[in-house]
Design a protein around this ligand. Structure first.
Ligand SMILES: *[C@@H]1O[C@H](CO)[C@@H](O)[C@H](O)[C@H]1NC(C)=O
Ligand SMILES: *[C@@H]1O[C@H](CO)[C@@H](O)[C@H](O)[C@H]1NC(C)=O
Ligand SMILES: *[C@@H]1O[C@H](CO)[C@@H](O)[C@H](O)[C@H]1NC(C)=O
Ligand SMILES: *[C@@H]1O[C@H](CO)[C@@H](O)[C@H](O)[C@H]1NC(C)=O
Ligand SMILES: *[C@@H]1O[C@H](CO)[C@@H](O)[C@H](O)[C@H]1NC(C)=O
Ligand SMILES: *[C@@H]1O[C@H](CO)[C@@H](O)[C@H](O)[C@H]1NC(C)=O
Ligand SMILES: *[C@@H]1O[C@H](CO)[C@@H](O)[C@H](O)[C@H]1NC(C)=O
Length: 450
């Protein structure tokens, strides 16, 4: 029985942490210092040698040649769409009316668009996602598509501290940094060189070195976290409109704006708004809506469909692509299937994370589930290097990742990943979590199933 094997792991992922702290003191382990140093002197020293890169590429996409994704903080659909500045942006593009967050608190919604799962995460803690977990970056690099992750307030490229009050760019937090939580990024200097601050975004813009795939996280003031929707829509409009007017930037480009979660639990079911705009949006679709069910995995599937990428073999595989992309790629849009989901759409809340390796719940399996490496969707197969990597591991759960749009929530968890309903998000933990759960290795447990 799987639960018995994995039951041993119940506390392993959260307990087995290096004795580091937030002040940048050394534990004799250089990795933990890199991950936590936030003292001014540490930052100055690291900034002096931080590597920065701005590669470009020109890979034609079926629906767009460039995408810039902008993530804003917790706001309900109704509130985002009621703001006059956000309305002005909506009027210039497509409004996604059926978009939903996938977990709580914010951090799970900021790892899902990179890796295709929330891995049970229900905290804003300092997490290190094992290097065996692949991300969108692996898929993009496989096809030679340039990428960049821009974080306002980041003191230097590849900074991996928990937070930083930047005197020039404002307050930065790691939990909102799309890529730095992944060891496959953080431990690779060629990749951390592309995790940059907003000053470098403007520099890249000026030098015509904006990548084909970009992600922008504004600081805690501008993204609405410490303020409100008035401020975040005002900031977003003033950031986006000059980009739309810039012929270099807005060349068959799509800008995607979304809010990580709704925040008005439990009634609002994590319903958020999404806005697509830019010159890649067909003229006749400007001012219309896309009423298909989307979530943060649609950001992955739409990019995969656009450039014909491989997939991660997780929740990205079946996620509906944006309709304007499907029109060009031939992807089939699916509606909620009550039989697959086991329940009607209205009973899904996504207001609490189901269990998994990063869950604070004592119940539930604490494992990284292997990607479902056999999935093929619209001709897209799982990235061959992912297939090879996970062939050695035993934790393949056939009922977990499937080619479906119906993603779980805590009220409808994957089998074995149940958590107590109503469990509050866990308090942030600052200590790096370094251990890879031992029971995932095939030399410890036999392969159970495919
Ligand atoms: C910044 O991180 C430190 C731990 O490294 C924590 O004590 C502090 O509360 C954090 N501040 C904010 C605003 O998150
Ligand atoms: C959000 O919108 C609702 C109405 O849809 C309103 O009652 C509520 O006050 C708004 N919240 C904020 C923070 O503006
Ligand atoms: C932005 O990052 C660059 C490259 O690491 C660094 O030199 C610069 O000081 C940073 N700017 C701010 C305002 O933190
Ligand atoms: C939103 O936040 C800004 C900055 O903190 C403040 O000036 C403004 O009054 C706030 N607006 C509302 C409606 O709360
Ligand atoms: C709105 O944005 C402009 C341009 O960035 C800025 O000067 C202004 O202070 C912002 N207003 C608010 C209320 O945030
Ligand atoms: C997966 O991660 C663990 C821990 O970092 C490592 O020991 C193992 O070699 C990795 N597996 C592969 C196939 O790289
Ligand atoms: C999520 O919503 C359900 C249904 O309303 C509710 O029972 C549950 O307590 C909510 N969970 C949280 C963490 O608010």
């Amino acid at each position: 029985m799987l639960p018995k094997i994995f039951g041993l792991l119940a506390a392993a992922s959260l307990a087995a942490a290096a004795p580091a702290n937030g002040g940048g003191s050394s534990t004799g382990d250089s990795t933990s210092v890199t991950h936590t140093a936030t003292a001014t002197s540490d930052i100055a020293a690291a900034a002096a040698t931080a590597k920065t890169e701005s590669p470009t590429s020109h890979v034609k996409g079926k629906a767009f040649d460039r995408i810039l994704q902008i993530y804003l903080e917790t706001t309900a659909y109704e509130n985002a769409t009621a703001d006059p500045n956000c309305q002005a942006l909506i009027n210039q593009g497509i409004l996604l009316t059926q978009e939903y967050g996938v977990g709580t608190p914010s951090q799970p919604n900021y790892i899902s668009p990179a890796s295709g799962d929330i891995f049970g995460l229900n905290s804003d803690s300092f997490i290190l996602v094992n290097k065996n977990v692949s991300t969108i970056v692996d898929l993009l690099e496989d096809k030679g598509i340039s990428w960049g992750d821009y974080n306002e307030g980041l003191p230097y490229s590849g900074f991996d501290g928990f937070n930083y009050s930047n005197p020039v760019e404002g307050y930065y937090v790691r939990k909102h940094n799309l890529l730095m939580r992944f060891d496959s990024i953080a431990d690779n200097p060629d990749r951390t060189a592309k995790v940059k601050n907003l000053t470098l975004f403007y520099e890249d813009l000026e030098n015509h070195r904006i990548p084909q795939w970009g992600f922008v996280t504004p600081n805690l003031y501008n993204n609405g976290h410490d303020t409100n929707i008035t401020v975040s829509c005002n900031w977003t409009r003033s950031f986006v409109e000059p980009l739309l007017a810039n012929p270099y930037f807005n060349d068959n480009t799509v800008i995607y704006i979304t809010w990580q979660a709704n925040g008005q639990n439990p009634i609002a079911r994590n319903h958020v708004a999404g806005i697509l705009l830019g010159s890649a949006i067909p003229k006749e679709l400007v001012g219309t809506t896309d009423d298909v069910y989307h979530n943060h995995y649609s950001e992955l599937s739409s990019v995969e469909a656009n450039w014909g990428l491989h997939t991660l073999g997780r929740w990205d595989v079946g996620a509906n692509v944006w309709k304007f992309v499907a029109d060009k790629t031939g992807d089939v849009i699916r509606t909620w299937n009550e039989r697959i989901a086991g329940d009607v759409f209205e009973n899904y809340y996504w207001n609490q994370s189901y269990g998994g390796v990063f869950s604070s719940a004592v119940e539930g399996l604490h494992v990284y589930v292997a990607p479902n490496t056999g999935l093929v969707h619209a001709g897209r197969t799982v990235l061959p290097s992912i297939v090879r990597l996970w062939a050695r591991y035993c934790n393949k759960l056939p009922d977990y990742y499937r080619d479906i749009i119906e993603v779980p929530d805590a009220l409808h968890p994957p089998k074995g990943f149940e958590v107590p309903i109503g469990l509050e998000p866990a308090m942030p933990i600052f200590t790096p979590i370094t251990e890879f759960p031992v029971a995932l290795r095939s030399d410890v447990n036999p392969v159970t199933t495919d």
